[in-house]
Design a protein around this ligand. Structure first.
Ligand SMILES: [Zn+2]
Length: 221
């Protein structure tokens, strides 16, 4: 497995959801591309942070994890809406990267924008294989694995876990690159805690990331 595409609603969701897996895949030689769909919505504590600093956070986190390329679509938050233009952007990316493995937010995430990006990703995956959107290039083969990751709501039933014991420190370090977000909450401690819980309830020790299995080779998206 060589090419991986991570579709994230907001900056930092890629780290929270599958940062350990990204680092593990990158270490094994995979080319990981991250696409962040929605621009950061500023909170009252973010006034001192410039757009440039926000952008630096994502660049720093991707460097820590070994991400080959990241793309930000800069969609507006709050009035975020999926339209043809956005479908086309994601389809174009899927046809260009032709990923073997895709990561998206899981279907039961509690955040409305996470849910919207889950649906956008699944629709785009289907469209990328179809004859539609000729302007975005020839159809891409379906990825052999599509996994749904945890951000704002844990999965009621984890269908697949990835052992990231050797990568947990990189995941926490990548989370700490999002300095603006740590002002709101201790996400660096939270990602380590959830990974510990996921490992304890699967293999018994270490750190893991849990996923919904959305598609495995041979099944429809
Ligand atoms: Zn988010």
């Amino acid at each position: 497995m060589n090419r991986v595409l991570v579709i994230a609603p907001h900056p930092d969701d890629e780290v929270i959801g599958c940062g350990g897996s990204i680092a593990k895949l990158a270490q094994s030689g995979a080319e990981v591309t991250v696409v962040i769909v929605i621009r950061r919505e500023r909170g009252s504590r973010d006034h001192a942070v410039t757009d440039e600093e926000f952008a630096t956070e994502t660049a720093d986190a991707c460097r820590v994890l070994g991400v080959k390329r990241y793309i930000t679509l800069e969609e507006p938050s709050r009035d975020f809406a999926v339209d043809r233009r956005l479908h086309l952007a994601v389809v174009r990316l899927l046809r260009e990267v032709r990923p073997d493995r895709v990561y998206v937010p899981h279907r039961d995430d509690g955040d409305a924008e996470h849910q919207a990006v889950h649906r956008l990703a699944l629709e785009a995956l289907w469209m990328a294989q179809s004859d539609f959107f000729e302007e975005a290039g020839p159809p891409a083969p379906p990825p052999s694995l599509v996994l749904g990751y945890e951000i704002w709501a844990p999965l009621a039933q984890a269908q697949y876990t990835e052992d990231v014991t050797a990568q947990i420190d990189l995941k926490v370090e990548a989370m700490q690159c999002y300095r603006s977000q740590l002002r709101h909450a201790a996400w660096d401690e939270a990602v380590r805690g959830l990974a510990s819980y996921r490992a304890v309830t699967s293999t018994g020790r270490g750190h893991s990331e849990a996923f919904e299995v959305i598609r495995v080779s041979g099944s429809p998206v």
